[in-house]
Design a protein around this ligand. Structure first.
Ligand code: NAD
Ligand code: MG
Length: 391
């Protein structure tokens, strides 16, 4: 039996790596839905190569181009946010959630309602609405598998273990291109410098988030939401080689580490092959050649995103939705060269402060409407703060 699969964010870095793995085993998978953004040519090519049932672009104004690129084929064409959610309701066995940002939440929830397997790369949806995602998975009997290298590593280290015996979880961070930069230099860091990641090839947004450590901050919250560990059990360790992805510490003092080449096809492939393991086309580590692995404590003064993640977890409620939304707006402003590198954390902190005084938001019930409203309001507040700064 062919497994039916859909990929949301197919044209991105995770999406393309997923298609790479699927393309190596054409007899096993039937591609149902592929979605993308403005890269219509890539989406159309993949939809044809993989004989997808439907291709969806997020943008209505890209519909005509996509329709034309797929003219004469059997691929159905659609556009817009609602069409993406509708595509997530097409019956499949396995869904890859690899849209970047909170935009991945609605299709992720729709996919969970099928009660099958959701491979979750879209960490922003867990940070924004972890309790809603977990409740939806439970209600519909769906399985969520992590597709973040650290979380896949923790998941693998926990196989066969009793979670109650876990004392702590350590997720590693490369430290990014600015690992040893002083604050004075960080303040002047440019977009080009932030995009120059030492170890991983990823989408533009997560690459900048890695440089600011916002990516790690999101991942700390992701660890809490995904595994249910307490905030004080979750540690970050800077590890410049990016070969140890995470460690799990047990109550007998044992630390179980997961090592591998920095290649997302490992975490994607693990989720694709789960609950079994199967060969994957990733480099094998030669540790004698690597020689040394370095570890350092993270610096929360130079990288305030980590401190903010702790504050968000302490606040609870919808603070995660505010944090992620403000971060997305601050990131857009940095990419547009409207604010500096360190201003991103300041904008996020100010948005959190501002919104914590708006009653009802942080404690509102976790449903998609409330989350969407909070996300929207946080974006408005963050944008206001940025325009005030720039006056
Ligand atoms: P990317 O920027 O390369 O691709 C993003 C995809 O999402 C594209 O297909 C794009 O068209 C689509 N998209 C963007 N905005 C959208 C919107 N508003 N609505 C619908 N679709 C939209 O990103 P990526 O690096 O592949 O990351 C995808 C997700 O996986 C992110 O949540 C990221 O944090 C996570 N992740 C990525 C990596 C990695 O190595 N790239 C590692 C761990 C986790
Ligand atoms: Mg990661």
């Amino acid at each position: 039996m062919m497994r039916r699969i859909s990929i949301f964010g197919a044209t991105g870095s995770i999406g393309q790596n997923t298609l790479d793995l699927i393309g190596r085993r054409p007899d096993e998978f039937q591609v149902v839905a592929l979605t993308g953004g403005r890269n219509v040519a890539q989406l159309a090519k993949d939809a044809l190569d993989f004989n997808a049932e439907i291709a969806v672009t997020a943008h209505e104004d890209c519909y005509a181009d996509l329709k034309q690129a797929l003219a004469g084929s059997t691929v159905t064409v659609a556009a817009g946010e609602d069409a993406i959610v509708a595509a997530a309701r097409r019956p499949v066995d396995w869904t890859m959630s690899a849209i970047v940002g909170a935009a991945g939440l609605p299709p992720g929830l729709a996919a969970l309602e099928q009660g099958k397997v959701l491979a979750l790369a879209n960490k922003e949806s867990l940070v924004t609405a972890g309790p809603l995602i977990n409740a939806t998975a439970k209600r519909y009997g769906a399985t969520i598998l992590p597709v973040d290298s650290e979380h896949s590593a923790v998941f693998q280290a926990l196989i066969g273990e009793d979670k109650r015996a876990v004392e702590r979880v350590i997720i590693t961070a490369s430290g990014g291109p600015f690992r040893d930069w002083p604050v004075s230099k960080l303040a002047k860091a440019t977009l080009e410098q932030a995009l120059n990641h030492p170890n991983w090839v990823m989408g533009q947004r997560i690459t900048i988030d890695s440089a600011s450590m916002f990516n790690k901050a999101l991942e700390v919250i992701e660890t809490k939401e995904f595994f249910g560990f307490q905030p004080d059990q979750i540690e970050v360790l800077v590890h410049p080689e990016s070969l140890v992805h995470a460690l799990v510490g047990f109550n007998d003092g044992a630390l179980m580490a997961h090592l591998g080449a920095p290649d997302m096809r490992h975490a994607i492939g693990f989720a694709l092959n789960w609950p079994e393991r199967a060969p994957l086309p990733v480099d094998r580590l030669d540790l004698a050649r690597v020689g040394q692995l370095r570890f350092e404590a993270p610096d929360e003064v130079r990288f305030p995103a980590l401190r903010l993640a702790r504050e968000v977890m302490a606040s609870g409620g919808m603070a995660g939705a505010v944090f992620n939304a403000a971060k997305e707006i601050a990131l857009d402003a940095f990419i547009a060269r409207q604010i500096g590198f360190l201003d991103m954390a300041q904008v996020v902190e100010d948005t959190l402060t501002k919104m914590s005084s708006e009653p009802g938001l942080i404690d509102a019930a976790f449903n998609l409407d409330n989350v969407t409203q909070t996300d929207h309001l946080a974006r408005v507040r963050a944008a206001e703060l940025i325009s005030v700064r720039n006056q």
